[in-house]
Design a protein around this ligand. Structure first.
Ligand code: PLP
Length: 388
């Protein structure tokens, strides 16, 4: 069944999810249901919803929309992206192994490591683009394989189809963190993954005014498990945040077009700049994951990482020139953001762990927004002028 009246393309689903669902007044936009609880029609006659932790009409529309966009059996909306990760970890039994990428989102890494330190799970870290290392790690029979592609902050690209195929041989559940692209640019379930997670805080909401998460399962049985654990642990998303994300979702496709085209212009500018040591962007032909990205993604996204010439002094000087782009963590909003992964997003990793992940002191990460691209380039030019 489709969330729209007739089966539609993704960009139509994103715009029309939940429209005209209000049978009482015929509201065009779905109402925001803040009510904690819902009456029973009578003795032993529950309605669709009874209590807002377990289920909420506004949240349900968002869950169905994201699930349909990802091509899954069902979705759960969580309070944050991290609670989406936490929810997925509930599928593991004590002592089971999870295989994670060496450069996954810092917060995910911290959660996996903390669970491992408390002996709740075991975890192995591997560069998933290194097929030999990956196969050795899979020989340890992990129950779950965690994939993040493109990865944060270096935009490494993992072949979802291939890693799913290899992982299935050891019967592992494959989870893909699809935050950097959204379902409009990449659909991991169609490439063999079992679960997709999102920090909806990023592109899906897109306006940097909520935190939220989503988990979508390909199979009904896994979805039911996730739904049970979401209610049990109480990590479901708030109705208001769900309403906001549903609103953001409507413009996701047009935002992405502008994000992507701005990013390409900025990559060209950085590539040509003498004070840039290296640019990381999957759209570049010499990027090691370029061919895979071109195959499995609809576009290359709007996240860019680059290394400045010189040391940390140059990074400080560079950042002092900013007049438009904000120095802040997070990504995927309409506004351009720049961050220094080593001291910001990835500060929870030790210096050794950062080095393994390729996070050096001169690395900067750019989340390209939808402003006028010439203004953004002028801003970067001001920053370069501050450097020696
Ligand atoms: C932000 C982010 C998360 C965590 O999401 P929150 O909404 O901040 O809890 C997880 N994975 C990736 C790739 C992210 O960028």
């Amino acid at each position: 069944m489709s969330i729209t009246k007739v089966p539609s393309e993704s960009d139509t689903i994103a715009v029309r999810a939940g429209l005209e669902s209000d049978t009482q007044h015929g509201a065009v936009t779905p109402p925001l249901y803040l009510s904690t609880n819902y009456t029973f029609e009578g003795y032993d006659q529950p309605r669709t919803f009874d209590y807002s932790r377990s289920g909420n009409p506004t949240r349900q529309i968002l869950a169905e929309a994201i699930a349909e966009l990802e091509g899954g059996a069902g979705g759960v909306i969580t309070s944050t992206g991290m609670s989406a990760v936490f929810l997925v970890l509930q599928l593991l039994k004590a002592g089971e192994r999870i295989l994670i990428p060496h450069d996954c989102y810092g917060g995910c890494f911290r959660l996996f490591r903390s669970f491992a330190e408390r002996k709740i799970i075991e975890f192995d870290v591997v560069d998933q683009t290194d097929e030999k290392a990956l196969k050795i790690a899979l020989d340890k029979k992990p129950a779950m394989v965690w994939v993040e592609t493109p990865s944060n902050p270096l935009l490494r690209v993992v072949d979802i189809e291939k890693i799913s195929r290899l992982s299935k041989q050891s019967e592992a559940i494959v989870v893909v963190d699809n935050t950097f692209l959204s379902p409009l640019l990449q659909q991991p379930l169609s490439l063999g993954a079992d679960i997709v997670i999102h920090s909806t805080t990023k592109y899906i909401n897109g306006h940097s005014d909520i935190v939220g998460g989503a988990v979508v399962a390909k199979r009904e049985s896994i979805y039911e498990d996730l739904k049970w654990w979401a209610n049990c642990t109480g990590i479901t998303g708030s109705p208001f945040d769900s309403f906001m994300v549903l609103r953001g979702l409507k413009t996701l496709d047009v935002r992405l077009e502008r994000h992507n085209s701005n990013a390409k212009r900025i990559v060209d500018y950085l590539q040509a700049h003498s004070q840039v040591e290296k640019v990381y962007y999957p759209g570049l032909k010499d990027h090691p994951g370029h061919e895979i990205a071109a195959r499995q993604q609809k576009d290359f996204g709007a996240m860019i990482a680059f290394r400045l010439e010189g040391g940390v002094e140059n990074v400080k000087a560079f950042l002092s020139g900013l007049k438009i782009i904000s120095l802040a963590e997070s990504l995927g909003g309409v506004e351009s953001l720049i961050c220094h992964p080593s001291t910001m997003t990835h500060a929870a990793m030790t210096i050794e762990e950062q080095t393994v992940a390729g996070i050096s002191q001169n690395l900067l990460r750019l989340s390209v927004g939808i402003e006028n691209v010439d203004d953004l380039i002028a801003d970067l030019e001001r920053c370069f002028k501050q450097c020696q």
